[in-house]
Write a protein that binds this ligand. Sequence first.
Ligand SMILES: NC(=O)c1ccc[n+]([C@@H]2O[C@H](COP(=O)([O-])OP(=O)(O)OC[C@H]3O[C@@H](n4cnc5c(N)ncnc54)[C@H](OP(=O)(O)O)[C@@H]3O)[C@@H](O)[C@H]2O)c1
Length: 259
Amino acid sequence: MTDTKRVAVVTGASRGLGRAIALEFAKEGFTLALVARDAEALAQVAANCEKNGAPAVLPLSENLKDPEAATRIVDVVLKGLGRIDCLVNNAGDTKRGDFLDLSDEDHLSGFALKYHAAVRLCRAAWASMEATKGSIVNISGVGAHTPEPDFTVGGPVNSALINFSKALSKRAGASGVRVNVVCPGHIVTDRLSRRIETHAEAKGMTFDEAQEDMRVKAGIQRYGTPEDVAAMVVFLCSDKAAYVQGTVINVDGGATRGI
Ligand SMILES: NC(=O)c1ccc[n+]([C@@H]2O[C@H](COP(=O)([O-])OP(=O)(O)OC[C@H]3O[C@@H](n4cnc5c(N)ncnc54)[C@H](OP(=O)(O)O)[C@@H]3O)[C@@H](O)[C@H]2O)c1
């Protein structure tokens, strides 16, 4: 195993995609720093990561909307674990709904977590990642490519994150740092369940009917699993992806129809 002494930082690791990404890194023998607000859920994920093979796990209960959180996290990780090889910016909570129902606060809050926290963590970790020739993966979403009227916060946040990531990959130059983006499609997490519930309510359907209706409209054979996304993220952080730089990869079962 080549990744035994590597350290990965994963945000939004208390559930959903972040949890699966953490568990996948653990299987590869990474030491982990896991970030989210829910300390109890993080402790459970940390214990499972240790069972899965992580030599050590540092759970960090932080609200990433706090502008000081990124520097605190990087300081604690470097003091406790000594290095950062991989940074996965996954935390996100952009609100869906009709444009006219979304407030300034909804827009600002969406950007505060998924965009600004990612930017701050990239900045705070950059020097350390140059030292390790590390890999950053920013989790965007297919809404970046296909704007939807009920996703006027998330779509722009996801597009901004791609633009930023591409710029950062160019800045990386010869430093050895790689910066890539993964865009999940319809992945089974609490977030997707909330979306199906809203669809069911709007259409007067049961949860199962709404789930099937959304699947057919998305043009996918099945919903994705968090493990489908985690496998791609950990691959991008591995030496096998050494020549993959500044790219955007959809993990969406073919939902994105355009090129
Ligand atoms: N699921 C999908 O189908 C899908 C599709 C496209 C894109 N994505 C993107 O993938 C990422 C993960 O989505 P998910 O479905 O796994 O979402 P999720 O199940 O709602 O999990 C979100 C994670 O972010 C953390 N988080 C939320 N607010 C936070 C804050 N203020 N500070 C720190 N951590 C915070 C949550 O932990 P705490 O509540 O403990 O803080 C949780 O661990 C998001 O960026 C989302 O936009 C998901």
